[in-house]
Design a binder for this molecule. Structure first.
Ligand code: PMP
Length: 406
C-alpha cells in the first residue's frame, strides 16, 4: 500500500468538505485573558478569544498561578512515576480529598484528563462488572463512547435527554442484569441540560448505577461549583460523578468521585489509571487552589452569568440565530461548514475575534456553528466589538443571500 498517498487522499476529502482542522496558534498572557497574541508565520496579531473552555478565566487567576509556582519550587516538575510506583505526591492526595468533598462523595480518583477518566472509569466498570449492560445517552461525548466500546460490554443508546426512552430500554432487561446508565449534565455543543432528577428516578426504579459527566458544569453551577447535580441537590443520588480540571478549573486533568469501594475498584483495575505517569504535583496544587477558590466565591460565576445574558440579549436585538438553552454556552447557528469557516476567518482577519468553527463530526452536518463562551473576564468593550463584528458579517451574509435569491 502507498501509505502516504492514502493519508493524502483522506485529508483531501476532509478538506473538500471544509472541515480540515488548522491550528490557530495563540499565546495567552498572564492576567490578559481573553486577550492573546496570535502567531501567523513571522507576524503576530492581537486577538480576543471567544471560544475558550477556560470558562471562568481561572487558568490566569493569581490564586491558581501562585499555588502552582509554590509547589513547582517545592516539588519540582514531574511526579516521577505512575501513581503506584513512586508517583503519588501529597498534592494528588490533597486534590482527591478536595474533589470528594466538592461532590459529597467518600472518595475521588484522578486521571490525566477528563477524556481518560471517562474512557478508563466507564470502560472499567462496564468491563469488570460481570454481565453489565450500558445505557448511553445518544449525544454522549466521544470519551464515554470509546470507553463503552472498549469495555466490550453490550450497550443500548437511549434518546437524548429522554427519561422515558431510558425507561423503555431498561425495561427490556430483568432485575438480575447489572445496569450502568451514562449521561452528561451540560451538553457542550447545544448547551442543553439533562433532566437529572427524572433520569435518576428511572435509574433507581431499575436498580441501575448512574454515571454523570459534569465536565461542562463543574466550577460553574451549584453554590460551591459542584455542578448541576449540586445545584439541584442530587449529588447523593448519583453513583459516579465525573469531571475535568481543564475547563472551569483552568488547569488540566480529570476525575471520578464516588464511593470508597468504587474508586478503589477502578484504581485497582483501570489500565488508563495504572499504566501512566501521574499528573505533575504543581498541576494538582493549582487545581486544588482553583476548586477551593470556587467553592468559596460566587464572584466569577455571577459575572459569567451576566456576560452570557448580555451577549444573548445583544444577539437577539440583531436577530442573529442562536440556540436557546439554559447554560453558559451560546451556539450561533450557521448551518454550513464552508460558510462557518469563512465567517470565522473574517472575524479573525478583520477584527481579531477568535471563534473556532464547529463542524461535523463534532455536530451533525447542516448544524455547523460558532460556539461562543462568554467569561467573567470579557469586558463591555469586548462584547461591543464582538457584536459589532457579528452584526457586520451577518448583514453581509443576508445581503448575499438576498442577492442569490433575487
Ligand atoms: N467530557 C465531555 C462532555 C467533554 O466535552 C470533554 C472535552 N471537551 C471531555 C469529557 C474530556 O475532558 P478533557 O478535556 O479534560 O479531556
Amino acid at each position: 500500500m502507498d501509505f502516504e498517498a492514502y493519508f493524502k487522499s483522506e485529508l483531501d476529502a476532509v478538506r473538500d468538505e471544509g472541515r480540515y482542522r488548522i491550528f490557530t496558534e495563540i499565546e495567552r498572557h498572564r492576567g490578559a485573558f481573553p486577550h492573546a497574541t496570535r502567531y501567523v508565520g513571522d507576524t503576530t496579531q492581537d486577538v480576543t478569544v471567544w471560544c475558550s473552555n477556560d470558562y471562568l478565566g481561572m487558568g490566569q487567576h493569581p490564586v491558581v498561578i501562585d499555588a502552582m509556582h509554590k509547589v513547582l519550587d517545592e516539588c519540582g516538575a514531574g511526579a516521577g512515576g505512575t501513581r503506584n510506583i513512586s508517583g503519588t505526591n501529597h498534592h494528588h492526595v490533597l486534590l482527591e480529598r478536595e474533589l470528594a468533598d466538592l461532590h459529597h462523595k467518600e472518595a475521588a480518583l484522578l486521571f490525566t484528563s477528563g477524556y481518560v477518566s471517562n474512557w478508563a472509569g466507564l470502560g472499567t466498570l462496564a468491563n469488570r462488572i460481570p454481565g453489565c449492560v450500558v445505557f448511553s445517552d445518544a449525544l454522549n461525548h466521544a470519551s464515554m463512547i470509546e470507553g463503552i466500546r472498549h469495555s466490550r460490554a453490550p450497550y443500548k443508546i437511549w434518546e437524548h435527554n429522554s427519561p422515558e426512552g431510558l425507561d423503555r430500554h431498561l425495561s427490556q432487561f430483568g432485575p438480575e442484569v447489572p445496569k450502568l446508565v451514562a449521561f452528561e449534565s451540560v451538553y457542550s455543543m447545544d448547551g442543553d441540560i439533562a433532566p437529572i432528577a427524572e433520569i435518576l428516578d428511572v435509574c433507581e426504579a431499575h436498580g441501575a448505577m448512574s454515571y454523570i459527566d459534569e465536565v461542562h458544569a463543574v466550577g460553574l453551577y451549584g453554590p460551591r461549583g459542584g455542578g448541576v447535580a449540586e445545584r439541584e441537590g442530587l449529588m447523593d443520588r448519583i453513583t459516579v460523578i465525573e469531571g475535568t480540571l481543564g475547563k472551569a478549573f483552568g488547569v488540566m486533568g480529570g476525575y471520578i468521585a464516588a464511593s470508597e469501594k468504587l474508586c478503589d475498584f477502578v484504581r485497582s483495575f483501570a489500565s488508563g489509571f495504572i499504566f501512566t505517569t501521574a499528573l505533575p504535583p504543581a498541576l494538582a496544587a493549582g487545581a486544588a487552589a482553583s476548586i477551593r477558590h470556587l467553592k468559596a466565591s460566587n464572584v466569577e460565576r455571577d459575572r459569567q452569568k451576566d456576560r452570557v445574558a448580555t451577549v444573548r440579549r445583544r444577539l437577539d436585538m440583531l436577530g442573529i440565530p442562536h440556540l436557546p438553552n439554559p447554560s453558559h454556552i451560546i451556539p450561533v447557528m450557521v448551518g454550513d461548514a464552508h460558510k462557518c469557516k469563512r465567517i470565522s476567518d473574517w472575524l479573525m482577519d478583520n477584527h481579531g475575534i477568535y471563534v473556532q468553527p464547529i463542524n461535523y463530526p463534532t455536530v451533525p452536518r447542516g448544524t455547523e456553528r460558532l460556539r461562543l463562551t462568554p467569561s467573567p473576564v470579557h469586558s463591555d468593550g469586548d462584547i461591543d466589538r464582538l457584536i459589532d463584528a457579528l452584526s457586520d458579517i451577518w448583514s453581509q451574509c443576508e445581503l448575499a443571500r438576498r442577492a442569490i435569491a433575487a
